[in-house]
Design a protein around this ligand. Sequence first.
Ligand SMILES: *[C@@H]1O[C@H](CO)[C@@H](O)[C@H](O)[C@H]1NC(C)=O
Ligand SMILES: *[C@@H]1O[C@H](CO)[C@@H](O)[C@H](O)[C@H]1NC(C)=O
Ligand SMILES: *[C@@H]1O[C@H](CO)[C@@H](O)[C@H](O)[C@H]1NC(C)=O
Ligand SMILES: *[C@@H]1O[C@H](CO)[C@@H](O)[C@H](O)[C@H]1NC(C)=O
Ligand SMILES: *[C@@H]1O[C@H](CO)[C@@H](O)[C@H](O)[C@H]1NC(C)=O
Length: 415
Amino acid sequence: MRYNKFKEPSQGGKKCSTYVIAIIILLCLISFLFSESIVTTLPSTHLLGVGRSIQSLSSNEIIGEPVNLTRDIEVVLQEQRRTINAEVLRNYTFPDEKLNFSDIDIRNLSPENNGTPIRSVIVATWRSGSTFLGDVLNSVPGNFYHYEPLLDHGIVQVRGPPLANNALNYISNLLNCNYTDMENYLLYGQDHNWLFTHNTRLWEKCLLYPHLCWNPQFLNKFCALFPFQSMKLVRLRLHLIEELLEDPKLGIRVLLVVRDPRGIMQSRKHRDWCPGQPDCWDPTLLCADLTADYSAAIRLKKKYPDRFRAVRYEDISLNPYKGAQSLLKFFGRHYGPNVKRYLDTHTKRNAGGVSSTFRNSRAAPFHWRSDLSHSEVLSIQRKCVTAMSVWGYVKAHNATHQKTLDPIKKNFILD
Ligand SMILES: *[C@@H]1O[C@H](CO)[C@@H](O)[C@H](O)[C@H]1NC(C)=O
Ligand SMILES: *[C@@H]1O[C@H](CO)[C@@H](O)[C@H](O)[C@H]1NC(C)=O
Ligand SMILES: *[C@@H]1O[C@H](CO)[C@@H](O)[C@H](O)[C@H]1NC(C)=O
Ligand SMILES: *[C@@H]1O[C@H](CO)[C@@H](O)[C@H](O)[C@H]1NC(C)=O
Ligand SMILES: *[C@@H]1O[C@H](CO)[C@@H](O)[C@H](O)[C@H]1NC(C)=O
């Protein structure tokens, strides 16, 4: 597209200099591609999954050997199979809870072997600590992480039709490692890499083999290697997940993560994408969602006592090791050295700015007490009476009280 812009003004006597500019641009593009070590010809039938910058070039502008996609895919799959075998299959112990995980033979879990992987889904909303918990789950070896699949929906909450259909389609396609009809998702990801960067085991391969990264043929097979699959959702309200819980072929386990609306709103203030977007910025909508999630949580807990659980972010943060252990147990995952290392490096200090998961986990949930003015807190509390009461959050009565109170009621249980 940039190339075309330069072509447009080429009229009459300026033609010659335009050609010179065009050639210079072409040379720049070629040297750029060399530096990225993508020097091969990409046959047009294989362009679907490749980055847009490459798509916009016609194949005869680049010289070299044609890529053998089939071969490259096989090489990467073989590499990853070896890694999974070494890290997971040889030495995996399931948590021996009443949930019967110990009966499972881990070798039979991967979709590649026609197995049902251990599928773990985290449902939350923006700024509720789900990034941290998602990364804890992903620190378990052998996990493939579908990070917020609804990123391309924008800053909206999916509460029902008409958005729900498409959203649930995305989710079940991904949980089934089926990228065949996921064009919009994959196109979005090419401009917004963080769709994949949290999926560390995939992203490692993307850096080494950029021409495979967004290719559905590759993704279908790569995803199917993994015995553990996780997903975090911040745009889908809880009641909609029931359709997926009902599906015995999926066998998902679902964790709802909730957080004090005052903490959520304080954290959202520091995001440039949030202010002004009603679903993100209006505490009335946030708290209506928290209340609706509570009703759904009560119902799901009764119906799926082993496969659904709700936690408050604050409870986990105050005791991250115990919290992580209990969550991993619920999800049927082993709390091993990798998870411990992740917690050691991510819960004890402040570093890395606002979007970082490196922070002092005991203090992070309560920053709102000093960061929000008392009138801001009052305004949120007025709109959140029900949500705060059902989830066990204590009101601040005055400015002094706000600075000193313990805002969470202890021993919260869903009943
Ligand atoms: C690509 O590689 C595969 C597997 O190594 C091989 O069977 C196939 O013949 C190759 N295709 C081309 C066009 O070279
Ligand atoms: C296998 O697991 C045991 C117990 O968790 C651990 O002590 C040992 O180091 C592990 N071996 C390997 C090769 O990871
Ligand atoms: C666990 O196993 C027992 C006996 O084998 C069975 O009755 C029970 O339903 C199983 N629980 C789950 C959650 O599969
Ligand atoms: C993948 O999904 C598409 C529709 O979304 C479906 O037509 C196709 O059969 C699915 N592939 C597999 C292997 O399930
Ligand atoms: C602030 O609220 C606390 C708790 O309700 C109360 O004990 C205290 O007297 C109040 N302080 C003022 C200045 O109103």
